[in-house]
Ligand binder design. Structure first.
Ligand code: SF4
Ligand code: SF4
Ligand code: FES
Length: 235
């Protein structure tokens, strides 16, 4: 008998609406990802849930389907994952529970508003105004920083990150490294360093839950330490 499972999905019609649960069988097979299963379910006409009730298509985001854009981040059986790199065969229990990321406002179903991420980046003034300094000395670390998908998985598990609070979380620190390291100095680098201390360094408790969860396995701990070193200790 082929691989069978069902997807239990937390649904919400629009911002502020009451959430509810709906379960769908998956015909996608064990080699498929959660993303492929969602696409297969949404292709059905008419779409019915496991009890035969009519259902609206499931709202969720994706772009690359190859772990390159970060759009498909959601909670899969309680843990933040990228739907396009979570394989159904990893969850042999029969039922996979999908919920939207919990640290961001829900737009509908599994789609959330992650604009706070970009607001924090703007607050942190992460751009170059002075001559860039490209030494090649720490090229590999800068490269790892640039791989960040801004998916928000590290924010989801961070005990100190809340969308309403003034703390940018590991995502901010990971991305800050490139600009801090490349800035040759001067007034803007000072502003960036001050903003970094306020928006990241003073709020981080050092639990490193962010390091374990990154779906790209970025060296998050090293990037946090290196950003701290540049912005706080000027090294
Ligand atoms: S550091 Fe990893 S978990 Fe955090 S936003 Fe970047 S890719 Fe996602
Ligand atoms: S070390 Fe802990 S508090 Fe700091 S960003 Fe990572 S998860 Fe959040
Ligand atoms: S759709 Fe791009 S990372 Fe999943």
């Amino acid at each position: 008998m082929g691989f069978r499972c069902s997807l239990k999905i937390k649904r919400q019609e629009k911002p502020g609406a009451a959430p509810y649960w709906q379960t769908f069988s998956s015909e996608a097979g064990g080699e498929a990802t959660v993303a492929a299963a969602l696409r297969e379910i949404n292709d059905r006409t008419p779409l019915t849930d496991l009890d035969g009730g009519r259902a609206m298509p499931i709202s969720w985001e994706c772009a690359c389907l190859q772990r390159k854009c970060g759009a498909c981040a959601m909670r899969v059986n309680g843990a933040p994952r990228l739907a396009c790199s979570a394989f159904l065969s990893e969850f042999p229990g029969g039922e996979i529970v999908l919920e939207p990321l919990g640290k961001f406002p829900v737009i509908s179903d599994l789609t959330v508003d992650r604009s706070v991420i970009f607001e924090r980046m703007k607050q942190a003034r992460l751009w170059l105004e002075e001559k860039a300094y490209l030494s090649g000395r720490r090229h590999e670390v800068s490269y790892q920083s640039a791989r960040c998908l801004m998916c928000g998985c590290c924010l989801e598990v961070c005990p100190n990150f809340g969308a309403a609070e003034d703390f940018g979380g590991a995502l901010l620190s990971v991305n800050a490294y490139r600009t801090l390291e490349q800035s040759s100095g001067g007034g803007h680098k000072k502003e960036m360093s001050e903003a970094y201390r306020k928006l990241y360094f003073s709020g981080c408790g050092g639990s490193l839950a962010c390091h374990q969860i990154c779906p790209l396995e970025l060296p998050v701990e090293e990037l946090l330490l290196r950003s701290n070193a540049v912005a706080v200790w000027g090294r």
